[in-house]
Design a protein around this ligand. Structure first.
Ligand code: A3P
Length: 322
């Protein structure tokens, strides 16, 4: 606890110590902040973003549950909205040299991680940012009624999301935290005690907003992108206000974008084999299998039954299904 709060202000320490806590997956503790579970460093950055971020109408925000396809969606959005400046077939395309997390920074891990109020007014429009926070914890200037910025959300079936988090966590959990078994992790996941969880509240908040304000929030599932990426890229471009022209369709720009952002291509790039875009973590860990249904290799029958029941109960009546 001491370490986690090192260098923070007295007020912030007081806030953190007043919050409910459970053991963390890759840090000592997770705290319940604004009804989601989170690490202290992230909480500090989230508060800064909520206090200072000024949305512009041309902004694009990529909102996701961790391990649900964030890297992929960042790449697709970046390629779509910047295709006038960066031709998708160019050998100089930024996505060939940089990881999507460098090009579309997280508010909580990058933009506000070490700076309470960075100057963002000089970033070329359209500015693209990302966040893992639930809808109602996004900065108010993004979500208030008169804001026209666009929010693109992606989630993934909770079975595969859990499996992806599990493998990721195993790679980055510091040894000093001691062992953390699959059963323990699964149990916490089922109780919603995972970064930015409970995942069902996260999904439902964005789902409901996407139904209420379809011009503002677009809702994707990883499985839909895997199912027909060309169709989804066209939907995405249209939603963002960058539809493909007949000429672009003729030139197969949609196909070029999906190829550039495909799992195979991204995984094979040097920057993603040897680079480091997120603090203390190798880019190569962001590209594991990229498949739907890998959970069959990890979860027991009882686990599947338990998680299915939770999903049924939590998503019941919402119209959201996996
Ligand atoms: P797996 O662990 O199941 O392989 P995030 O980007 O939100 O951290 O999500 C990570 C998951 O997305 C990982 O899933 C990863 O392999 C997969 N992924 C990363 N890039 C992808 C891409 N370009 N296309 C499809 N899946 C991708």
């Amino acid at each position: 606890e001491e370490d986690e709060l090192y260098g923070t202000t007295k007020e912030f320490k007081q806030l953190i110590l007043s919050l409910p806590k459970v053991i963390g997956w890759r840090t000592p503790n997770l705290y319940l902040f604004q009804r989601f579970w989170c690490q202290p460093k992230e909480i500090q950055a989230i508060i800064s973003a909520q206090t200072h971020f000024q949305a512009q109408d041309s902004d694009v925000i990529i909102a996701t549950i961790p391990k649900s396809g964030t890297t992929w969606l960042k790449a697709l959005v970046f390629a779509i909205v910047n295709r006038r400046g960066f031709r998708v077939d160019s050998l100089e395309h930024p996505l060939l040299r940089a990881n999507p997390h460098d090009l579309v920074p997280f508010l909580e891990y990058k933009v506000y991680a070490n700076d309470e109020n960075p100057n963002l007014s000089n970033i070329a429009s359209p500015r693209c940012f990302a966040s893992h926070v639930p809808y109602n914890s996004l900065p108010k200037t993004m979500i208030r009624d008169n804001s026209n910025c666009k929010i693109v959300y992606i989630c993934r079936n909770p079975f595969d999301t859990f499996v992806s988090i599990w493998h990721f966590m195993k790679k980055i959990r510091p040894t000093y935290l001691g062992p953390f078994s699959l059963e323990e992790a699964f149990d916490m996941y089922c109780m919603g005690q995972v970064g930015y969880g409970p995942y069902w509240d996260h999904m439902l908040e964005y789902w409901e907003e996407s139904l209420k304000s379809p011009q503002k929030v677009m809702f994707f599932k990883y499985e839909d992108l895997k199912g027909d990426v060309h169709l989804q890229v066209r939907r995405l471009a249209e939603f963002l206000g960058y539809p493909f022209s007949p000429q672009e369709e003729k030139e197969c720009v949609v196909e070029e974008i999906t190829k550039l952002c495909s799992f195979q291509n991204m995984k094979s790039l040097e920057v993603n084999k040897s680079g480091k875009s997120i603090l203390n973590f190798d880019n190569k860990g962001l590209f594991r299998k990229g498949e739907v249904g890998d959970w069959v290799n990890l979860l027991s029958k009882q686990m599947v039954k338990r998680l299915s029941q939770i999903m049924q109960e939590k998503l019941d009546g919402s119209g959201l299904e996996f």
